[in-house]
Design a protein around this ligand. Structure first.
Ligand code: SF4
Ligand code: SF4
Length: 367
């Protein structure tokens, strides 16, 4: 069975662009730069540039492109680029990767969020590309070791990555605990006394595309759960959620909630017209039957026990709920890394991370 299905070209895409380089009425090609670090994922006409809902909350300036044809710019791969050239290529391709001198490059191949299997599918479908992308990251950062962390239950991915890997690259089985993907924890779990750069198998694949194909980051793999068919879908950046859900057979009923990126840290969407962006890896549709009722806090302190940042998530959530953002600030809400461990542990199903995000946004607005 194919692990990742590819969507046909969507009718339109909505791509967030902070500083647009194109005007309404202009025709663009696949891969054309349309803003700082942003490229069109389709060919067609720019029909609007306006503030539109973004999957992570606020409305942001976005270019709406109505698709016509399938015309690409000429992608220009670079042969044997130097470390500085690699950094430039990655930046130009719009890949959100921070490259600093490192001893080790670690790729997170775990799918630590419930209902998400995108990393697993990527390793099964693109092992060569991921290994080559990792080698490129190692060259750019000066690292002599590469490590790929793979969930202990993903034995097929472990097998294929072991069969594909080259010298200097190891694979490590990781328990897929809920917070495993968080960068600092992953670094801590794998290596203690070395400078490590942490990225993901998806980013390594994007780096491969940029260097070996000359292709900017214009597509991403998203796990869709709750549509008629659960699928990992290769979708173009800017594709409305509705189009991806249709690709997966459509809704199974009247959706109650559409959540982007996992049930604990993800954000419930006001509409299925919001687009897939570079940070999207999961779409979860919930219906009545799956909804869990939030109960009052019972002061069990499980959230406190699991918080890797030593915060008091219960205090933060209650204070945010009561609009006491001053208390949230006092209790260091800004230090929350939004790993979701507290919400995962909470027996009362309190949406702690959503409340924390709310408090952070309010405090940011006060600055
Ligand atoms: S989401 Fe924030 S408050 Fe909750 S456990 Fe993670 S760091 Fe702590
Ligand atoms: S885990 Fe949930 S119920 Fe328990 S103290 Fe934290 S917020 Fe309250």
């Amino acid at each position: 069975m194919k692990q990742i299905t590819t969507m046909k070209m969507p009718e339109k895409v909505v791509i967030p662009v902070s500083e647009p380089l194109v005007d309404v009425g202009e025709m663009v090609k696949v891969g054309q730069k349309i803003g700082e670090g942003e490229h069109s994922s389709v060919s067609g006409e720019v029909v609007a540039i306006s503030k539109l809902p973004h999957p992570f909350g606020k409305s942001v300036l976005s270019a709406v492109i109505k698709t016509s044809g399938d015309v690409s710019v000429e992608f220009q791969p670079k042969k044997n680029p130097s470390p500085d050239e690699i950094k430039q290529i990655i930046k130009e391709a719009g890949i959100p990767a921070e490259l600093s001198p490192s001893d080790i490059v670690i790729l997170n191949g775990t799918d630590e969020k419930p209902y998400v299997t995108a990393n697993h599918a990527l390793m099964l479908e693109y092992p060569d590309e991921i290994i080559k992308g990792l080698k490129i990251l190692m060259k750019a950062t000066g690292a002599s070791r590469g490590i790929i962390g793979i969930g202990v239950s993903d034995s097929d991915a472990m097998e294929i990555m072991n069969a594909t890997r080259e010298g200097g690259i190891e694979t490590i089985p990781l328990k897929t605990t809920y917070t495993q993907g968080m960068e600092d924890l992953l670094k801590h779990a794998i290596i203690r006394d070395a400078e490590a750069m942490v990225s993901t198998v998806g980013m390594a694949k994007a780096v491969y595309d940029a260097v070996f194909m000359g292709k900017p980051l214009i597509e991403t793999v998203v796990t869709v759960t709750g549509a008629r068919e659960t699928q990992n879908v290769l979708a173009r950046i800017g594709t409305p959620l509705r189009s991806i859900i249709e690709h997966c057979g459509g809704y199974k009923g009247e959706p109650k909630k559409i959540i982007v990126n996992g049930p604990m840290t993800g954000v419930a969407q006001p509409t299925d017209e919001v687009p897939v962006i570079k940070g999207t890896y999961g779409i979860l549709i919930q219906y009545d039957v799956q909804m869990e009722e939030t109960q009052p806090c019972i002061d069990c302190a499980r959230c406190v026990d699991v918080c890797p940042m030593n915060l008091l998530p219960n205090v933060l959530a209650t204070s945010a709920d009561n609009a006491r953002f001053d208390i949230c600030a006092t209790y260091r809400v800004v230090d929350c890394v939004e790993c979701g461990a507290c919400a995962y542990a909470c027996p009362s199903k309190i949406p702690i991370v959503q409340l924390i995000k709310y408090a952070k946004a309010e405090l940011e607005g006060e600055e």
